[in-house]
Write a protein that binds this ligand. Structure first.
Ligand SMILES: [Fe+2]
Length: 417
């Protein structure tokens, strides 16, 4: 999966309406957990009101799919040889402009109207269809590292023009690869690696407050077949299944007492109390259950001072994982693919790509989080700022062509995985 999921980045919290509290102010077992919530937010949601907010009926429509019914032809969009030449021409056009990648858009990366419209159509499938699109045909070996970044960013600008930027390192483009065998410079000693830099398997999750659409470019699909497989599940189907089998888990997911660990720019852990499941004003379900900010990862352990999950929350994690696996599908992928996933209605996971026998898996993906302002979902009012802040900021966008600093730039920020 990419599921490249570390825990998604959370943007500056000054605009956020969700409760946040400094770890130093939190005392497990004391009553100030809730008072902090009230202080930050001005009000709280009672357990009773949360229970009443559970959607009473199953969700229907193309987003509520079962993996066994999804075929590659349902999500692969093939580029013709002439379209590939048009994309190459746009890459050259942009290079000649001598602009920074942050200035890539439909004007600076021009494509013929027919191809631009074909790409824009993908956004319909992302937001109102099954939520998965794979643009296939690009010959990755024909582009150097810089051109790959330009082609990926340029093509996706015709589908979802808004790009998210991490508040901590101002990262817009992230490299997903195994950096665990990289020699650690003195300056990076003691700094953990995020899930995007580790070859470990990742359970089903959605990247939290990272962006509406997760997009990946398969620069290298890996030199060891069967590793790093990507799995997807419809969160709507998971929700429907839970309503039938364990409705109390839905209630747990919607409660606003999940103890998310968030690291600020200074690296100080903060407690962020909030739900794992949201409902939009028009009744859509958003599931943002992600493990790292709740459990840590092998290189960035959860702070010892963070509260533990409750028994019902631990149970919810387990049941959601089992349910997602049961209804999931394995993505058809190959080198050069541009993959797009609706991060608000899907969960993703991946298998490990740890190589073995001292062989390093060369798997290498590029990642962007995107938004189509014309089709994006309306967000739950209470949490709208957190959902939108990765896009609605003035941060400088950063596109590292080479991933030469996997520790400082990406690790420890916040959230995927
Ligand atoms: Fe993820």
């Amino acid at each position: 999966m990419s599921l490249e999921l570390e825990w998604g980045f959370i943007q500056p919290l000054q605009k956020a309406s969700t409760p946040t509290a400094a770890l130093s102010d939190f005392h497990p077992g004391s009553s100030n957990e809730h008072s902090l919530f009230d202080e930050a937010d001005g009000h709280s949601i009672s357990s009773a009101s949360v229970a009443h907010s559970i959607h009473p009926d199953p969700l229907s429509g193309p987003m509520a799919w079962y993996g066994k019914n999804i075929k590659p032809t349902d999500y692969i969009v093939r580029l013709t040889s002439s379209e590939l030449l048009q994309i190459r021409a746009a890459v050259i056009h942009f290079k000649l402009l001598k602009l920074d990648c942050s200035q890539i858009n439909k004007t600076t990366f021009p494509l013929p109207a027919e191809l631009s419209a074909k790409l824009a159509e993908a956004s319909v499938q992302l937001h109102d269809g099954i939520g998965i699109v794979v643009i296939r045909g690009i010959k990755a070996q024909s582009y150097n590292a810089e051109e790959s970044v330009i082609a990926f960013t340029g093509v996706t600008a015709h589908i979802c023009p808004d790009r998210a930027t991490d508040y901590k390192a101002y990262m817009t483009l992230t490299h997903i690869r195994d950096a665990s065998r990289d020699p650690v410079p003195k300056s990076a000693e003691g700094i953990g690696l995020a899930a995007s830099k580790l070859p470990e398997a990742l359970k089903f999750h959605a990247d939290r407050f990272s962006g509406d659409v997760l997009s990946l470019y398969v620069a290298d699909s890996g030199n060891i077949s069967g590793q790093g497989e990507q799995y997807f599940a419809s969160s709507w189907t998971v929700y429907n299944e839970l309503l039938k089998t364990e409705p109390q888990v839905v209630e747990t997911l919607q409660k606003d007492d999940w103890p998310w660990e968030v690291k600020d720019r200074d690296g100080v852990p903060h407690l962020h109390l909030g739900p794992a499941m949201y409902r939009t004003p028009d009744g859509k379900i958003i599931l943002q259950l992600v493990h790292a900010p709740l459990k840590g990862n092998t290189r960035i352990p959860r702070s010892a001072h963070m509260p533990s999950l409750s028994k019902s929350q631990e149970h919810a994690l387990q049941v959601v994982e089992e349910t997602a696996r049961r209804v999931s599908m394995t993505l058809d992928h190959q080198r050069g693919d541009i993959q797009l996933f609706h991060n608000l209605s899907l969960m993703h996971a991946r298998s490990a790509y740890e190589g073995g026998d001292n062989k390093r898996n060369t798997r290498h993906l590029l990642r962007l989080f995107l938004r189509d302002p014309e089709r994006c979902w309306e967000k739950p009012e209470k949490y709208a700022d957190l959902f939108n802040s990765p896009f609605d900021n003035d941060f400088p966008q950063t596109f590292p062509i080479i991933d030469d600093d996997p520790w400082r730039k990406t690790a420890g920020s916040l959230s995927h995985g």
